[in-house]
Ligand binder design. Structure first.
Ligand SMILES: O=C(O)c1cc(=O)[nH]c(=O)n1[C@@H]1O[C@H](COP(=O)(O)O)[C@@H](O)[C@H]1O
Length: 231
């Protein structure tokens, strides 16, 4: 896997909050315990993209989790429009047409495209309900292979699949895993879950953690503990 120089970069904190002011306050509370923040729909649709650009100007790494999926032209131009925000990562769903369009849209911008394979809130029954006949692990592996073929920079999957995804995509592409819970933490709606330490041992590059940090009494302490568990 591509090695990082700062171990804090392994943790991406999901800023799933309603208001930019709350996100600003949380980033200030966490301070130097985290270096990488994810902005998803909730904040993104409410001023979060400009906020992400401000974080990037302050030297923090940002991840735009917009999970794009549309006809190729719309994805390509949408990705191109996001290329100037200074973000590190952007997500699209792992459909071949969508991934190829996103790679074209990101060309020359420095924005890395991550392909979301099968959401970590899905188990086998959820995938069947959505019309997929393949077992989740096989669907993740198929999409990882297609992502690599499309020239995608990294894969979003659960840490449960990290080792098999690594064997499919090779050492240079990134593996980013949500569905991460410190031992004993509430799972919420996550179904394919590992601890930070298990995920690191499975060969991930970055974990994404939201509620265990955002809902904690001491978010800075939880962020520090997660980084330490992956050291
Ligand atoms: O793309 C993602 O970041 C993502 C993919 C996935 O399969 N599962 C998943 O939980 N996520 C995101 O990762 C974060 C996980 O948040 P928590 O469950 O609160 O730790 C949320 O912001 C999700 O939108």
């Amino acid at each position: 896997m591509p090695e990082q120089t700062d171990p804090r970069d392994r943790l991406i904190v999901a800023l799933d909050l309603a208001e930019v002011a709350q996100a600003e306050a949380l980033v200030a509370r966490i301070g130097d315990a985290a270096t990488f923040y994810k902005i998803g729909y909730r904040l993104g649709y409410n001023g979060g993209l400009a906020f992400a650009a401000r974080l990037a100007r302050r030297g923090l790494k940002t991840f735009l989790d917009l999970k794009l999926h549309d006809i190729g032209n719309t994805v390509e131009e949408g990705v191109r429009a996001l290329g100037g925000l200074g973000a590190t990562f952007l997500t699209v769903h792992a459909y071949p047409q969508t991934m190829r369009a996103a790679v074209r849209g990101a060309a020359g911008s420095g924005l890395k495209i991550l392909a979301v394979t099968v959401l970590t809130s899905y188990d086998e029954a959820d995938a069947r309900e959505a019309g997929y006949a393949l077992p989740v692990a096989d669907l993740v592996a198929l999409r990882a292979r297609q992502a690599a073929d499309a020239g995608i920079d990294g894969i979003v999957c659960s840490a449960v699949e990290a080792a098999s995804v690594r064997s499919v995509i090779g050492p240079d592409r990134l593996i980013v895993t949500p569905g991460i819970r410190p031992a004993g933490a509430d799972l919420g709606d996550q179904k394919r879950v590992m601890t930070p330490g298990q995920a690191r041992a499975a060969g991930i590059d970055h974990v994404v953690v939201g509620r265990p940090i955002t809902a904690a009494d001491d978010p800075r302490a939880v962020a520090k503990a997660i980084v330490a568990e992956m050291a």
